[in-house]
Design a protein around this ligand. Structure first.
Ligand code: RP5
Length: 153
């Protein structure tokens, strides 16, 4: 039987997948089960609503939301769930991803999202694992080992 996903990854478009694959690869490396869906805040809002509002009851503990341009996906997801939301601003052709970044970090008071660097898919996976590690020793140990590997070069 497949392991229960603990991290839910949502992205606004299939065009985000090339970048976000690195997020899934890092979660796999850290041993974190996840699921991944494409749903857009403006093109398929009902799907986003359904996915975000049911995430906690499906066993998800942390959400990663990736989007580009006027990137309201993370904020919309955060509105529908008590789970922590980490956003990944996608690099864009017109404004280089600054548009996505500002859309995410400037969430109004009361509905925060965390935000990693532009195209920071791998860091989102690491941060999600660190959050899991505050309550699940296996993931804390995975992060400790990862940091040790980095230090040893
Ligand atoms: C956002 O608009 C997506 O997250 C994507 O980063 C950007 C462009 O989407 P496409 O036009 O490539 O589908 O919704």
């Amino acid at each position: 039987m497949a392991e229960q996903p603990l991290v839910g990854i949502i992205m606004g478009s299939n065009s985000d997948l090339a970048v976000m694959e690195a997020c899934g690869e890092e979660l796999e490396r850290l041993g974190v089960p996840f699921d991944m869906v494409v749903a857009s805040a403006h093109r398929s809002p009902e799907r986003v609503h359904e996915w975000a509002s049911s995430a906690e009851s499906r066993g998800i503990r942390v959400i990663i939301a990736a989007a580009g341009k006027a990137a309201h996906l993370g904020g919309m997801v955060a509105a529908y769930t008590p789970l922590p939301v980490i956003t990944v601003p996608m690099k864009t052709s017109d404004l280089g991803g600054l548009d996505s970044l500002l859309s995410m970090v400037q969430m109004p008071t009361g509905v925060p999202v965390a935000c990693v660097a532009i195209n920071g898919a791998k860091n989102a996976a690491i941060l999600a694992t660190q959050i899991l590690g505050t309550s699940i020793p296996q993931y804390r140990a995975a992060i400790v080992a990862y940091k040790r590997e980095m230090a040893e070069g």
